[in-house]
Design a binder for this molecule. Structure first.
Ligand code: GLN
Length: 447
């Protein structure tokens, strides 16, 4: 597959021919179920779009039955920014319902397969985005990351996935899961493409009050030769598989060869992140999902009166995982439990943020696992608690609002990709991309 950088140099005619080919390829590999449908808007470089980002005139459903029939009446800011830069939304890709999940199995449209081996999950919730890029069925894709949903599927499919600093990319037009954690980001074949796509979609937006209204770009000064101090977290790897430990050693060696200084630091017990995250995310999700009542959007199941219409619509429209989260979210927000759970989680979040800040007082980047193991096989993560625990390495980054990038390091004995993430201080995407570029150069995963 051509890279985004290469695609940006194609003429309109060449692009049209490329898109015709791509359509045929996607249809030939429909078994993967990466794409929900292929609609092309405009004549720019085609980018696959996760089903929770508004594209005017498209059916946009967050992988849910409750949004069947809804047509987006406007473009998300990221789509407007793509169009302005000569790129176009091309194809809607699969995801876990309302971005809740780690395998893309909870989608209304059925599961997406891992392109490297169909017995394995592609990860989630942006599993369609990762599978499309990993299979050579997209030049690049947009995903969203609330607790790892860009970085984890990227890791499982052997591609690059990047979550920007909270507030860097406008959330206007992103269907909200947990508003204080959600960020849209690039999923690409390599680090440079991720930087290019990040530059295109980031920047000021007056329609999102949490946007930081800054337009600084990373690509003009991308530099793989900068030397950094990088913290490694040996005790943090206790819950990681041997594959991940091997990739960690390999990456540390590669970073040393590239001239970086490696120092050892300790992070808080990552198990605490799970509680803080699942309380915060479900509380916000409960509030955000209240709008799906059968009156304003999508599907409606009529009842005798308004209340019954709400109940029937929501009972039939939401899947089990979404309902589980709505119940959990209502529980932690209910009087009597609010202080015990929700407020406590916010305090924990503050402690996590400070722990990162303390490390970043002395280092430029942190090297961390992104997942405890390679992609599991279908069915292996079917218990909700096991699935939540598998987010152990990704969610603290969202709680702290930091930028992070997941990069494939090696393949294990079964040929499945093993990835790690680099984490940078807030708003220092430049250092994140420069460091990732240097690691990618030494690792040569795609060579
Ligand atoms: N797996 C996590 C969850 O289910 C993260 C999802 C995401 O980042 N959207 O909440």
């Amino acid at each position: 597959m051509i890279t985004l950088k290469e695609a940006l140099t194609l003429s309109k005619e060449e692009l049209q021919a490329f898109k015709d080919d791509l359509k045929a390829k996607i249809e030939a590999e429909s078994e993967l179920n990466a794409y929900i449908d292929i609609n092309s808007i405009g004549d720019g470089v085609p980018i696959a779009i996760k089903d929770n980002i508004q594209v005017k005139g498209w059916s946009v459903t967050s992988g849910s039955s409750i949004l069947q029939g809804y047509v987006a009446p406007y473009n998300a800011t990221v789509i407007t920014k793509l169009n302005d830069a000569g790129l176009s939304a091309f194809g809607r890709v699969n995801m876990d319902e309302f971005a809740m999940g780690s395998t893309t199995e909870s989608s209304f449209y059925g599961k997406t397969l891992n392109p490297l081996n169909h017995e394995y999950v592609p990860g989630g919730s942006s599993g369609g985005s990762a599978a499309a890029v990993g299979a050579g069925l997209a030049i690049a894709a947009l995903g969203s990351d609330t607790g790892g949903s860009i970085r984890q599927p990227a890791a499982f499919c052997g591609i690059v996935g990047m979550k920007p600093t909270y507030g860097r990319v406008s959330r206007y037009g992103l269907s909200a899961y947990a508003s204080s954690l959600d960020q849209i980001g690039p999923m690409t074949q390599n680090v440079e493409d991720a930087a290019i796509l990040y530059d295109i979609i980031s920047g000021s937006c007056e329609k999102d009050s949490t946007n930081i209204q800054r337009d600084d770009k990373v690509t003009p000064t991308l530099n793989a030769d900068r030397k950094f101090t990088i913290a490694v977290l040996p005790t943090y790897l206790e819950d990681a598989s041997q594959d991940v430990k091997d990739a960690y050693s390999k990456a540390i060696d590669a970073l040393k060869v590239q001239g970086h200084t490696i120092v050892t630091r300790e992070m808080l017990d990552a198990k605490l992140d799970i509680s803080a995250y699942y309380i915060t995310a479900t509380a916000e999700a409960t509030t955000n999902l209240a709008r799906y009542d059968g009156i304003r959007y999508g599907n409606r199941v009529d009842g005798k009166n308004l209340e019954e219409t709400f109940i029937k619509t929501r009972s039939e429209g939401f899947g089990d995982e979404v309902k589980r989260r709505i119940m959990l979210g209502n529980f932690v927000l209910s009087s009597g439990y609010y202080e015990a759970y929700y407020v406590k989680a916010q305090k924990a979040r503050h402690i996590i943020k400070n722990a990162y800040a303390k490390i970043f007082d002395e280092v430029d980047l942190i090297l961390s696992p992104i997942t405890p193991s390679v992609a599991p096989k279908f069915g292996e993560l079917s218990k909700p608690m096991d699935m939540y625990l598998s987010d152990i390495y990704s969610i603290s980054v969202n709680l702290a609002g930091l930028p992070a990038l997941s990069l494939p390091i090696m393949k294990n004995g079964d040929g499945m990709p093993v990835a790690l993430q680099l984490i940078a201080p807030a708003y220092d995407e430049q250092t994140l991309f420069d460091g990732a570029l240097s690691l990618e150069r030494e690792i040569q995963y795609n060579a």
